[in-house]
Structures are given as structure tokens and as C-alpha cells.
Design a protein around this ligand. Structure first.
Ligand code: HEC
Length: 170
């Protein structure tokens, strides 16, 4: 046997042993992971409980008079804060968006508080008046632009202004 042949045989043997060794480690690792981590999965309830316990704050503060509820902190659910009402009231909307025309009757607009001028309109019912105020209206005396041209105001605000105008005319 030549020296080269001998070297090649040894070399193959070493590589073979290493491969077998690597496979053995792989199988062993898989076995181990089944043994140690098969108990709980990441989203399993058991895991979550353990996790909550592990990251629980070390200390707790009790104010005087407060009951020592339990050692485990309870997660308090905060109710959503009520949105602060920022909508304008009927008179506010009227003064900023409607007064220009309805104050003096510009362009044939029915004047605020003019009972006679509003009577024929109010008989249509508040819903129809609101629809006309929201979508615009041309009834023969002039042109009422949608929302009085104030598209930044909400439907509810315009409707509040209509309610206010109806109230002033009756
Ligand atoms: C550019 C002027 C103008 C502005 C601003 C304006 N209006 Fe008018 N509005 C009119 C005119 C003109 C009419 C009458 C249209 C007709 O009957 O031909 C009218 C009519 C109305 C009517 C009666 C509709 C009907 O069916 O008879 C309501 C309600 C009304 N406006 C609400 C409002 C409100 C609420 C605002 C403010 C958000 C407003 N208007 C702003 C010009 C205006």
C-alpha cells in the first residue's frame, strides 16, 4: 500500500467518524429538547403563567387603608377614557357658519327667528330640513350651500344648528 492510499483511508475514516458523531449529537439534542421543552409550548397557558410569574415585579406598594389583596399582582384593566366632547353646540355652529346668511337674510335665506319665514319650511319636518342643510338646497328663494359651505363641521354639528334655528322660529 502506497503512502497516499494509506493517508486517504485514514482521512476517510476520520471524516466518517466525525459525521457519525455529529449525527449522534443531533439526535441527542432533539431527544433532549423534547424532554425539556415539550411540556409547554410558547403560547400554552402553562407557559404564560410561568412567564407572568417570572416577570412579576419584586415589590408592591400598599397605601394605608388598602387591603393586602394577594401576593400576585392583579392586572387592572383600565376602561377607555370617555372622549372629550369637542363638538360645537347648535348656537355656536350658527354663529360661526350660518349667521352670515341667516342673520340678515342674505341671498334669500330665511332669517333666524322669523316665524313666518320658517313656518313653511318647518312643516317639512326636522329631518328634511337637516338633509337640506347637510346636502344643500335650492327651493326658489335662493341657494343654501351644503353645510353652509363649512364642510369641516360634522353632520351632528350642522343638525344641532338646524335644531337651534327651528327652536328660534317656533
Ligand atoms: C351662503 C349663505 C348661507 C349660509 C352660510 C347658510 N345658509 Fe342655510 N340657507 C341659505 C339660503 C339662501 C336658504 C334658502 C334656500 C331656498 O329655500 O331656496 C337657506 C335655507 C336653509 C334651511 C331651510 C331649508 C329648507 O328646506 O327650507 C336650513 C335648515 C338652513 N338653511 C340651515 C343652515 C345652516 C344650519 C347653516 C349653517 C351651518 C346655513 N344654513 C348656512 C343660505 C345659507
Amino acid at each position: 500500500m502506497s503512502r497516499d492510499q494509506k493517508f486517504f483511508d485514514m482521512y476517510s475514516l476520520v471524516i466518517g467518524v466525525l459525521v457519525i458523531f455529529a449525527l449522534a449529537i443531533l439526535v441527542l439534542a432533539m431527544k433532549m429538547s423534547n424532554l425539556t421543552q415539550g411540556v409547554y409550548t410558547r403560547d400554552g397557558a402553562e407557559y404564560q403563567v410561568e412567564l407572568a410569574d417570572r416577570i412579576r415585579p419584586v415589590g408592591q406598594v400598599y397605601r394605608s387603608g388598602e387591603e393586602h389583596a394577594s401576593s400576585a399582582p392583579t392586572v387592572e384593566t383600565q376602561s377607555e377614557p370617555e372622549p372629550v366632547a369637542t363638538a360645537l353646540s347648535g348656537p355656536q355652529v350658527y354663529n360661526t357658519a350660518c349667521l352670515a346668511c341667516h342673520g340678515a337674510g342674505i341671498g334669500g335665506a330665511p332669517i333666524l327667528g322669523d316665524t313666518a319665514g320658517w313656518a313653511g319650511r318647518i312643516v317639512q319636518g326636522p329631518e328634511m330640513l337637516k338633509q337640506h342643510a347637510l346636502q344643500g338646497f335650492s327651493g326658489g328663494t335662493g341657494y343654501m350651500p351644503p353645510k353652509g359651505g363649512r364642510m369641516d363641521l360634522s353632520d351632528a354639528e350642522i343638525e344641532a344648528a338646524v335644531d337651534y334655528m327651528i327652536g328660534e322660529a317656533t
